[in-house]
Design a protein around this ligand. Structure first.
Ligand code: FAD
Length: 463
């Protein structure tokens, strides 16, 4: 009997399970997840107003209920949980699909000690009800925030700006937590600045997400035409040439800059300013009741140097300050190691060749150990990107099965399946409870009301 453990119940783990089931008719699969609940960033990353994306959960549910799959929730691999060695000893193969649960630092002094400077990951986790992040709402006091600076201009930055700007009536029926709705209702945010180190041509956001901002019912998007001209170096022009998606997004940015794409609604809730060619250098703070709170952020203006596709932002020595009461650092998620000898600390990913994990001390493939998803390739790409990635890893596993490299295991129960493990039937109790609470939510029903404490999830699961 061969049984594979997939560590992490996010999209990459589910797609790996899907293709393994398809390619091998007898393989058994355990999906091992740290939290009681599955779906990774589809539950805790993807924005609540993007329910079309969250719909992928229906595909994942089919995998969870497959007769050859078991869900083992509430089991952490590494850290305080079961060791990788332990888990490897009782499975034919292990696939590390545990994503990226930390943040890249800005490397600006005091970024971890000033109140109201936090990662976009924690902010996103807050409005999505991630147990580790539920306190963020009380920390940031949106009712006292007028200006928000978001450092970084990828789609996560855009998600944060949109949630802060969107009409609450549109967010209400989603699976955003009710406590976030209450805080957003009190919000006094007027201005959101989205800052990019390089120019508009190199901006990380995609056109769909950018266009969505320009269509918000009560928000004005502002772009400074002078900054666009500074970013349009000869090398930038080359980057746009023959690149259809880039041309379209630059065209839309230019249209917004001249004011044509701005909606003309009379009621204006807030402004979003896209700023380019700026790098943060320090935080300004003020003392409030003995607590050092952010009051502004100082930037150095940049210019671009280098060839097309390799342009770098370098400082000009000219500085600027944006007064603000909240800073969201949105420059990327970061994976953490669960074992040092397989982790590459430069790329913050697991060492691998086509999904087969490689021990960096011996430079040898670690037999029966594989990786997939963000922890394999870094924190980029959409849910669908994990499909081709999973196929690559599954190909390696199937090859290893066929060449006899993957061992059989005894058909006994997994040692990680204990009385405290959240199995599928237990998870379904949490799922049903959340849907029920959503139906009864006031003043209008919601898709679901997430349970945000692990303790309460476990209680519900064991009811
Ligand atoms: P994850 O989804 O992070 O899953 C990893 C899983 O592993 C988690 O469930 C985690 O709890 C678990 N885990 C972690 N550590 C351990 C451990 N030690 N032991 C056991 N389990 C562990 N894509 C889109 O297509 N559309 C969108 O609109 C979109 N919006 C996004 C918004 C945000 C804010 C973010 C961050 C991403 C978004 N994405 C979107 C991208 C998409 O979410 C990712 O491509 C995808 O989730 C990556 O899958 P993964 O399985 O590698 O990681």
């Amino acid at each position: 009997m061969r049984r594979i453990a997939i560590v992490g119940a996010g999209p990459s783990g589910f797609y790996t399970a899907k293709y393994l089931l398809e390619k091998n008719a007898s393989l058994l699969i355990d999906i091992v997840e740290k939290l009681p609940v599955p779906y990774g960033l589809v539950r805790y990353g993807v924005a609540p107003d993007h329910q079309d994306v969250k719909g992928v959960v229906e595909t994942f549910k089919q995998i969870l209920t497959h007769e050859r799959v078991r869900y083992l929730g509430g089991v952490e691999v590494g850290g305080k949980g079961v060791s990788l060695q332990q888990i490897r000893s009782c499975y034919s193969g292990v696939v590390l699909a545990y994503g990226a649960s930390s943040d890249i630092d800005l490397n600006v002094p005091d970024e971890h000690s000033i109140k109201n400077v936090l990662s976009a990951r924690r902010f996103v986790g807050w409005y999505n009800g991630e147990p580790d992040c539920v306190d963020v709402g009380n920390e940031i006091n949106l009712d006292k925030v007028k200006n928000v600076v978001i450092v970084g201009n990828g789609n996560v930055a855009i998600d944060c700006a949109r949630i802060l700007s969107k009409n609450i009536d549109e967010l209400h029926p989603t699976d955003i937590t009710s406590s976030s709705i209450s805080m957003l209702l009190k919000s006094s945010v007027e201005n959101i600045y989205i800052i990019g180190r390089r120019g508009h041509v190199q901006a990380s956001f995609t056109i769909k997400e950018f266009r969505e901002l320009t269509k918000l019912s009560a928000t004005k998007v502002h772009i400074d035409k002078d900054e666009l001209s500074r970013g349009l170096t000869a090398a930038s022009v080359k980057e746009i040439e023959n690149n259809r998606p880039k041309t379209r997004i630059v065209d839309l940015i230019n249209t917004v800059a001249v004011g044509d794409a701005i909606n003309s609604n009379e009621f204006q809730k807030n402004n979003i300013y896209f700023k380019f060619l700026m790098s943060p250098t320090s935080f300004l703070s003020e003392n409030k009741n003995g607590v050092k709170c952010v009051s502004g952020i100082k930037f150095e203006k940049n210019k671009l140097i280098g060839d097309a596709l390799h342009q770098k932002a370098v400082g000009t020595g000219i500085h600027d300050v944006i007064p603000c009461q909240l800073v969201l650092k949105s420059i990327g998620y970061k994976s953490l190691p669960i074992e040092n000898n397989i982790f590459n600390y430069q790329s913050n990913t697991i060492n691998h060749i086509n999904g087969r994990v490689v021990d960096k001390t011996t430079n040898q493939v670690v037999q029966g150990l594989y990786t997939v998803g963000w922890v394999k390739r870094g924190p980029t790409g959409i849910v669908g990107t994990n499909i081709t990635d999973a196929k690559d890893t599954v190909k390696a596993i199937i090859e290893d099965i066929e060449s006899g490299l993957i061992k059989d295991v005894a058909p006994n129960e997994s040692p990680i399946l204990t009385s405290t493990t959240i199995t599928l039937d237990k998870y379904e109790k949490i799922d049903n409870e959340e849907i029920e609470r959503g139906k009864n939510s006031m003043p209008i029903p919601k898709i679901r009301e997430k349970i945000t404490s692990i303790e309460e999830m476990i209680k519900t699961a064991n009811r």
